[in-house]
Design a protein around this ligand. Sequence first.
Ligand SMILES: [Zn+2]
Length: 260
Amino acid sequence: MQESTEEEKKLAIEAGNVEDSFPYITVAVDGGWAKRSYGHSYSSLSGVACIIGQKTQKILYIGVKNKFCYMCATTKREHTCFKNFTGSSASMEQAAIVDGFNQSEKIYGIRYKYVVGDGDSSVYARIQEKVSYGRSVIKLECANHCVRAYTAALHCLIKNRQFQIESRNILKKHVGKISSCTRKVIAKSSDLLNMKMQLKDSFAVVMGNDIKLLEHSPLFLEMEKARDNVIRKADRLLRNVTTNPAERYTYVNSIQIYRW
Ligand SMILES: [Zn+2]
């Protein structure tokens, strides 16, 4: 993990990403994996969090918090104690992530300036509050998550019988293209205003003349609301970052080593 961090640091310096004399990088964070994947009751007694470098897609930090120590529970013998956390189970992963951020500056002289998560704002709040440089950390949205949520919202409208079937059929015809167009705009836009404008125009671009059939319908109003949700996040989508599920596999495997 030290090697990965040095690699990220080198790339940051090469790209001129330095602020307050610290090289800064983009990371993806994830926590709570154990709880999601396993239903075991002990999972609430330990929490795992992971920080991945966006450029290298390598693991920079794995933190484990334990509320429970098997040795403490079963023997009075002296032992290396695994207990390193007291507090609510929900805050365990957050605490592990905060540790990771704090040690980035102290040990490696590097800052995690941009952080990609899958929408959990409580982790971000904790980073801002507890990390030495937390005030300068900026949360980014995962472009894939964002477009997937948008597409799902449009599919909900297609199924909603409140709206006229004719309108819904027009949306149904175009929903795939709206989705891929949105993803492309996020990937290719380099400035904020341009991205916002292209997202705003996406319906007209994709639907062509069909838009005239929809424009004044109640369905179209809802479509615009869904689209504007994406536009509102534009500044956080600008770097086209993603949390890559394939990489999660590596991450999960490496965590196995740390679990006992
Ligand atoms: Zn113990």
